[in-house]
Design a protein around this ligand. Sequence first.
Ligand SMILES: Cc1cc2nc3c(=O)[nH]c(=O)nc-3n(C[C@H](O)[C@H](O)[C@H](O)COP(=O)(O)O)c2cc1C
Length: 177
Amino acid sequence: MHEDNQLTGIQTEFPRGNILVSKTTPTGVIIYANPDFCEVAGYELSQLVGRPHSMIRHPDMPRAVFSLMWETLKSGREFFGYVVNRCADGNHYWVFAQVVPDVDPDTGETVSYHSTRRWADPHACNRAMEVYRQLSEAESMERSPRAAVAAGRRALQDILTRAHMSYEEWCFSLSSL
Ligand SMILES: Cc1cc2nc3c(=O)[nH]c(=O)nc-3n(C[C@H](O)[C@H](O)[C@H](O)COP(=O)(O)O)c2cc1C
């Protein structure tokens, strides 16, 4: 576990049927969050709107996963991934997230993004965490953020190549193990 004095190490549970939704500008600034999202994250909607989505970033999340997320979104595709987020009180919660570009049909331009997050199987989260630890370790050896992303992406690609899977296929494989 990453060292951070304000993190409790306690996982916030939420009902399996809940769907945590947020919507952002093209640069990732929050413009909407549904009541389930606000409740689990521990923020009022007014505290979230206008802030970058990285405000709920948990330090255990490797840079490489967000790099892949943005690369996928920028190419117009949706992204699926296991994500651990930080709550306002320092707790954390795991989700299986789907992030989708909202494209203007007339111009073809991405006008916003939205994400739906669902309850994630704890077994799958543990498997994801094992891999995320390896990526974070590779990233921590580097001096600059840019080099860290590159090292994390290489480490992720090595793991996926050995598994003969894309990141998305790997995510979907975790819950059936
Ligand atoms: C629609 C959407 C939802 C996002 N949801 C999350 C999220 O739940 N947790 C998170 O840490 N980052 C989320 N991000 C990614 C953040 O914008 C950011 O890239 C990430 O937190 C890494 O922050 P950093 O690049 O400042 O390190 C989301 C981005 C978009 C476009």
